[in-house]
Design a protein around this ligand. Structure first.
Ligand code: CP
Ligand code: NVA
Length: 326
């Protein structure tokens, strides 16, 4: 596959939804990362001319909410907080009505909720782009920022621009729960030709359908998606080590049980020593030091977690520009 070199995303993304990482083609994913890097470097500026993004968040959020708000402000648009507790959604107004009404006021919706089906229902009834700002199944905006961070480390050419062909054949090892973040990493990594290994205890594997889909996408790029049940085997020789919370939002009651099941799966100094010496450490945040990641590793020299968090802003600016046509 030929990599895009231009810094313009094709018009193909205009007006589309992003419900899953797999809603983007390999080329579209690359174009977004390149545009994000250009925006970050100040080589491009985009004007969204007063466009309005509605934020419908049924779960807590620091990074996603703030990065979307700042992204829209920097692009000359604005956001509206449509938290269900302050709208009629929280009192049971049907999604079909809410989505059609909001489509008359807003230019796009970013939605954080539990069921992917609820997000899909919003997308079905909306005539404006709907963006997945995290569901129980996926977190595609996170994955864009994560692979931008990987590309900055391993796929930057001498002129400072991204050369995404260099991602081909790198290995990202995710250790922990086979959750929403893992799913989007698998799909997006597969599109970029990155080998993705998921290391998890038995019973915490990624969703079987997402695994199959990511393996199909990976095969087209000559890379692999693997699931392993031993932490050292999962991280050995990897170029990026990634982890996330063991109990996601909505799983609070399983916290104690999950801590027992994940004993031995902390991303600590011993595991980092098994990776490639140039490996970087990633975490979507929020992080629990001493559980899924050690304090030494998250604060250590390989950690890129705050660059990664910053990259949410740049990746989402690129996404908004592509969907809204700045
Ligand atoms: N990583 C991430 O999505 O963080 P928030 O939950 O704070 O948005
Ligand atoms: N897997 C976590 C990600 C938080 C950004 C959750 O869903 O809570």
């Amino acid at each position: 596959m030929e990599s895009p070199s231009a810094s313009n995303p094709s018009d193909a993304l205009l007006g589309r939804d992003l419900l899953s990482s797999a809603d983007l083609s390999a080329t579209e994913t690359q174009e977004l990362l390149i545009l994000a890097a250009e925006l970050k470097a100040g080589r491009r500026s985009i004007d969204l001319g007063g466009k309005v993004l509605g934020l419908i968040f049924s779960k807590a959020s620091t990074r996603t909410r703030v990065s979307f708000t700042v992204a829209m402000a920097r692009l000359g648009g604005q956001t509206l907080d449509l938290n269900p507790s302050v709208t009629q959604v929280g009192r049971g107004e049907p999604i079909a009505d809410t989505a059609r009404v909001l489509s008359r006021y807003c230019d796009a919706l970013a939605i954080r909720t539990f069921a992917q089906a609820e997000l899909a229902e919003y997308a079905h009834w909306s005539s404006i782009p709907v963006i997945n700002a995290l569901t129980d199944l996926e977190h595609p905006c996170q994955a864009l920022a994560d692979y931008l961070t990987l590309a900055e480390r391993f796929a930057t050419a001498d002129d400072g621009r991204l050369d995404l062909d260099r991602l081909q054949g790198l290995t990202l090892a995710y250790v922990g729960d086979g959750n929403n973040v893992a799913h989007s990493l698998m799909l997006c990594g597969a599109l970029l030709g990155v080998n993705v290994r998921i290391g998890c205890p038995v019973g915490f594997e990624p969703n079987a359908a997402v695994l199959e889909q990511s393996r199909r996408l990976a095969a087209a790029r000559g890379s692999e998606v693997a699931v392993l049940h031993a932490p050292v085997a999962a991280v050995r020789g990897a170029h990026a080590l990634y982890t996330d919370v063991w109990a996601s939002m909505g799983q609070e009651e399983e916290k104690a049980e999950r801590q027992r099941a994940f004993a031995g799966w902390c991303l600590n100094e011993e595991l980092v020593a098994e990776a490639d010496p140039s490996a970087i450490v990633l975490h979507c945040l929020p992080a629990y030091r001493g559980l899924e990641i050690s304090a030494g590793v998250i604060e250590g020299s390989a950690s890129r977690v705050f660059d990664q968090a910053e990259n949410r802003l740049h990746a989402q600016q690129a996404l908004l520009a592509a969907l809204l046509g700045g």
